[in-house]
Design a protein around this ligand. Sequence first.
Ligand SMILES: NC(=O)c1ccc[n+]([C@@H]2O[C@H](COP(=O)([O-])OP(=O)(O)OC[C@H]3O[C@@H](n4cnc5c(N)ncnc54)[C@H](O)[C@@H]3O)[C@@H](O)[C@H]2O)c1
Length: 346
Amino acid sequence: MKSVLITGGAGFIGSNFAHHALARRPDWSITVLDKLTYAGNPKNLCSLETNPRYRFVHGDIADPQVINSLFSKGLDMVFNFAAESHVDRSIECSNAFLRTDVYGVHTLLEAARRWPVYRFLQISTDEVYGSVRERAFREDAPVRPSNPYAASKAAAEALAHAYHATYGVPAIITRATNTYGPRQYPEKLIPLFITNALEGRPLPLYGNGDQIRDWLHVNDHCEALLHLVDHARTGDIYNIGAANERRNLDIAHLILEQLGQPVSLIRPVEDRPGHDRHYALDCAKLSALGWRAYIPFERGLRDTIAWYRHHPSWWGPLKSGAHAHYYQRQYGTEVFQPPDRLRGIR
Ligand SMILES: NC(=O)c1ccc[n+]([C@@H]2O[C@H](COP(=O)([O-])OP(=O)(O)OC[C@H]3O[C@@H](n4cnc5c(N)ncnc54)[C@H](O)[C@@H]3O)[C@@H](O)[C@H]2O)c1
């Protein structure tokens, strides 16, 4: 049995990965470590509780005591999903981002240096590149993060790279594009738009909605990570994308159309400072290892909408309380602007 640590496994991608890995790898025994911040949700893991190959530990990746105690018992693989992950929150205040995304990664790497593991996957993001310049980014393009979240992830990558070069920690860095699917906290674009549309509430769209992202289904993201743990070279960086570039405005239209809601629900709001216009990845390096994304966007989005439609008890409570205050601070009264702001945006 291989002993696998999944940090941040109560969040969106980490919880999908825990389910995916337990189903796909019968010889893996999984420990999920999660601090249970606002984005971590024990409900994401409750169906695993009876699985003898699964256990949950409540703790912080930046706490050396917790981390050392897990590593000292012997780990084969580490998948580090734990992070503060929302760009807008990092613009409001970045302290927690530096603590978890940088210092937390340092704590994990220090432990991996002391108690060697077979593979250490640092789950990173295409946001480290910044907005696309002449052509899609290959892994050797310079990083130019445009917001504190992306900067904290780039710093974590630099640490992982340094610990590989200096101490031989078998780190692999993955840079995935925007990921969507079930169990994503409803502050991110797709779940925010779906749940607002289900409630008949406005969809706050930054600027004129012409930002372009490559959308990757979470199951494809999870499968790519399993593929990389088997085939990637340690010390290397791998882009993960779906070749599925869409404008935010078009995503809003698709969601409203599928839910039978009017376009007038779209409300342009003041653009995010430092907002990258366009992310695009060249994924030839990962393709050469025999992996590609399989889930067509139309089907993935339809299934994701169906999941949110059938799980209002999962997202309903998340949109009240602290989230409601955050939402008001973030979008303010702008979100209630009348639809005539939409003129000229199509
Ligand atoms: N969502 C995306 O589109 C996307 C794309 C590419 C890369 N990523 C990366 O994938 C990872 C997972 O993203 P996500 O969208 O699932 O994030 P998420 O915000 O849904 O989940 C993050 C999880 O980490 C936990 N956590 C936060 N701080 C912690 C700490 N100090 N110790 C232990 N646990 C802690 C939270 O409780 C939560 O469960 C992140 O590292 C993110 O940078 C995300």
